[in-house]
Design a protein around this ligand. Structure first.
Ligand code: 3PY
Ligand code: MG
Length: 269
């Protein structure tokens, strides 16, 4: 399928994402079969326990459902960005940015020359791109040069604003060409500005203000805004506020909630 997340972002629409921390493509399928409005799947290699091989498999499983796989790499690591894009990810999410230079590096590692310095090894990347982005043609019609020409413009580059330093430099980061989305990590951001989230339904005013200023900076620069949520209600609220790339629930949180509800309902015997 074409890049569903990118299409939604280009329309200025809200795109809801599922968030996978645990390994397993049956888990991926179970999540993605649960609803029709899942536009993207975050494969969490920063805080989840997903290996490189597993990332390849989850990307293929998600793409088969027409859902855009996005890989959260470890900070702006060039080698991880390269491996995620070669594996066919529709986008990458780079966490823990500090500066404008960090944002420029994420773009550099994500794009082929002249926009960046992503290494060009066409075999795996072209096969994966052909499977995931048919662009109306058959898989075989995508060649090496097609890929080289299309990749830079077809993949989403998202960075996380979740440090004090990135918050202070958010306008400069938003202005970096090639950055598509400023994505807020409210948990790290809260900790880093001294207002950690203790109750996710009641963030402190300072954190609410910081979140608003990031959205405003993205908007002013013509970029999309995104945020991590762990309930559908929060996701809906942020969609109403005009956020674009909105994670909705995480496998671990959903499982824990459902299990605890079931066992609490069963009661003690
Ligand atoms: C954060 O809230 O810090 C995140 O990175 C979301 O997982
Ligand atoms: Mg974080």
């Amino acid at each position: 399928a074409a890049n569903r997340l990118q299409k939604a972002l280009k329309r200025g629409a809200s795109a809801f994402g599922a968030w996978q921390m645990l390994p397993g493509t049956n888990l991926t399928r179970t999540m993605l079969r649960s609803a029709a409005n899942i536009d993207w799947l975050l494969i969490d290699m920063e805080h989840g326990n997903i290996s490189d091989d597993m990332m390849h498999e989850i990307i293929a499983a998600a793409a088969a459902y027409g859902v855009s796989p996005v890989v959260r790499v470890i900070e702006g690591q060039a080698w991880m960005i390269k491996r995620a894009l070669d594996a066919g990810a529709h986008g990458i999410l780079a966490p823990v940015l500090e500066t404008e230079e960090d944002a420029k590096n994420v773009v550099r590692y994500s794009k082929y020359p002249p926009e960046g310095n992503r290494g060009f090894e066409p075999l795996l990347a072209v096969d994966k791109f052909a499977e995931l982005h048919p662009h109306g043609g058959s898989v075989k019609q995508i060649g090496t040069i097609d890929y080289l020409q299309q990749a830079n413009g077809s993949l989403v580059t998202a960075v996380m604003i979740e440090t004090k330093s990135a918050l202070e430099r958010v306008k400069e980061i938003a202005a970096v060409p090639g950055i598509d989305v400023l994505f807020i990590g409210p948990f790290d951001l809260g900790v880093n500005i001294g207002h950690p989230i203790l109750d996710p339904s009641k963030p402190e005013q300072e954190l609410i203000d910081a979140i608003q200023s990031i959205q405003a900076a993205a908007h002013a620069a013509g970029k999309a805004s995104g945020i991590y949520c762990d309930t559908g209600e929060q996701a809906r609220e942020y969609a109403h506020k005009g956020f674009h790339m909105i994670s909705t629930v995480t496998d671990m949180i959903a499982l824990r909630k459902a299990f605890s509800q079931a066992f609490n309902a069963a009661g003690e015997h």
